[in-house]
Design a protein around this ligand. Structure first.
Ligand code: HEM
Length: 504
């Protein structure tokens, strides 16, 4: 990430102007939570690693305790490594700690700012959450069961025909479900532009929202540096990525507007909302039409990459730990038999598969640091001061890899949940309090169905090298707001050819 260091060098030059107030805070320092010693001006920025920072935060918690205070160029950051603190600060003190940081790169320069995940906790955010809940909350979700089942069938047929392209089939199925729910859009049989647009845009979202990734978020005046100045790569990236963000917001929404204008039936979240209003001025920030458009994007973007990431971890886990695959298949065969596929309603009769889903979510954490919250009032916690404007990060990965809660946390072992002392990861994986993920029911439903149906029909085997030896992949994950396993090899083969008629 060379661009990071060149931009940082420029930032440090600019930081002189900001150094006086920062120096003052050093002179009159209240008692913050413990943490690594900061440098003047830069704070702890240089100690935040570029790769998997969640592991470092967990390591630091052994030395400093579960709540770690950092300073990043004068901004206060509090990292929470244990659930009890996240529960207290995010849920019980939710009214004070549910804002989001203002990210210059992601929000102002690229244009993701009107998506729910980056909105301050204002009227528009509350409205978007309500609308999403009405669309994919527990009650509403059952009406989408046939859609989810159909898209899962499409994915299974893809696995049968081109198993090596399993990632594309997963993306297609996730995209197919959410594009239909949000926009009434039927994905094309191959290379659908809207499926890949969301994946591409989410990759940029994931990079621009990671704490400390772009120095312009730490030194906002950097945004005024012209893009021709040598070393200012972030401006060029922002220009490129903003076109992607514009397309993400406008393209699928314009599709719905066009259909409605032409009188073509469209049954979707967007069409139902648009039919209730007369003015479709969705380019006016804060207008009803714009809030609808931004909420549709939050559904579309929120669902496109997250469940896919969980399913990638599932394939990786099955490749490394085949014994659990055998156990799941035994359960499927005894509960379901060979003449039909498991459905959502079978979940309660399939306790091992249920544990398998939990362990996939725990082991391959989709959002290792969640999305940061921000405090809006001065506060005190356990005798330490949390100033207004503190960025509070729940280290979800750290909570799910806490050896006190989950012995041998790096091992994949669904049976750990037979021990009732090991908590259900759903407590943490979907975030906290008023900003907790509103798509968790949809995520759970589609992940369970995809896993159970995949194992009903296929076995995931290890690939072999040229000498015929099995290749056991490493469990390595990429760094970003949304994480997923690094590329690995596996072989997906039908369990019995005769069962494949179930997906014809
Ligand atoms: C395995 C799947 C998923 C995981 C692990 C996950 C995880 C998360 C996490 C950790 C947050 C941040 C919560 C916080 O700030 O405390 C979040 C927010 C969010 N998620 Fe998910 N998510 C998943 C699937 C989905 C799906 C399917 C949707 C859409 C239907 C979705 C939409 C959103 C939205 C819109 C937000 C922002 C909420 C807000 O800022 O108020 N997510 N998710």
């Amino acid at each position: 990430m060379d661009y990071y260091y060149t931009n940082l060098a420029v930032a440090l030059g600019l930081a002189g102007a900001a150094s006086i107030p920062v120096a003052q805070t050093y002179l009159f320092k209240p008692k913050y939570h413990p943490g690594p010693t900061p440098l003047p001006i830069l704070g702890n920025l240089h100690q935040i690693p570029r790769e998997t920072p969640w592991k470092t935060y967990k390591e630091w918690s052994k030395a400093y305790g579960p709540c770690i205070h950092l300073e990043v160029a004068g901004k206060h950051v509090l990292i929470l490594n244990e659930y009890k603190d996240a529960e207290e600060l995010f849920s019980k003190r939710g009214p004070s700690n549910s804002e989001r940081p203002h990210l210059v790169m992601a929000s102002d320069l690229v244009g993701f700012g009107r998506g729910l995940a980056l909105l301050p906790y204002d009227q528009d955010a509350r409205e978007a959450r309500k609308l999403i809940h009405l669309t994919v909350g527990t009650k509403a979700l059952s009406s989408y069961t046939p859609l989810i089942e159909n898209e899962t069938l499409r994915y299974l047929r893809g696995l049968r025909d081109t198993p090596e392209a399993f990632l594309d089939h997963l993306k297609y199925s996730a995209g197919g479900i959410i594009l239909k729910i949000a926009y009434g859009y039927d994905v094309e049989p191959k290379n659908d532009p809207l499926v890949f647009l969301a994946n591409d845009a989410l990759d940029k979202f994931s990079r621009t929202t990671l704490l400390g990734e772009f120095p312009v978020d730490i030194f906002p005046s950097m945004r005024y540096i012209p893009s021709w100045v040598p070393g200012i790569q972030f401006k060029k990236l922002a220009e490129e990525w903003s076109q992607l963000a514009t397309q993400l917001f406008d393209r699928p929404f314009n599709y719905v507007k066009d259909q409605l204008k032409q009188g073509i039936p469209n049954d979707s979240f967007s069409s139902r909302q648009l039919e209730n209003i007369t003015e479709w001025n969705d380019n006016v920030i804060g207008s009803r039409a714009e809030v609808i458009k931004a909420t549709a994007v939050s559904l579309y973007a929120g669902a496109s990459d997250t469940t896919v990431s969980a399913m990638r971890s599932f394939f990786l886990a099955m490749t490394i730990y085949p014994e659990f695959q055998v156990m799941a298949q035994k359960e499927i065969d005894s509960v379901i038999g060979a003449n039909r596929l498991p459905t959502i309603n079978d979940r309660r009769d399939m306790p091992f598969c249920d544990r398998l889903v939990k362990e996939v979510l725990r082991w391959g954490v989709v959002g290792p640091l969640g999305i940061p919250h921000v405090s809006k009032v001065d506060d005190e916690y356990n005798g330490y001061f949390i100033p207004k404007g503190t960025i509070i990060v729940g280290n979800i990965w750290g909570m799910l890899h806490d050896e006190k809660q989950y012995p041998d946390p790096d091992l994949f072992n669904p049976d750990r949940f037979l021990d009732s002392d090991q908590p259900d990861p759903s407590l943490y994986v979907f975030g906290f309090g008023r900003r907790a993920c509103p798509g968790s029911h949809l995520a759970h439903t589609s992940i369970f169905l995809s896993i159970a149906q995949t194992l009903a029909l296929f076995t995931i085997k290890r690939a072999r090298d040229e000498k015929g030896n099995e290749i056991i992949p490493e469990a390595e994950f990429v760094t970003g707001t949304i994480s997923h396993p690094k590329p690995f090899q596996c072989n997906i083969v039908p369990r019995e050819e005769m069962r494949l008629h179930l997906i014809d």
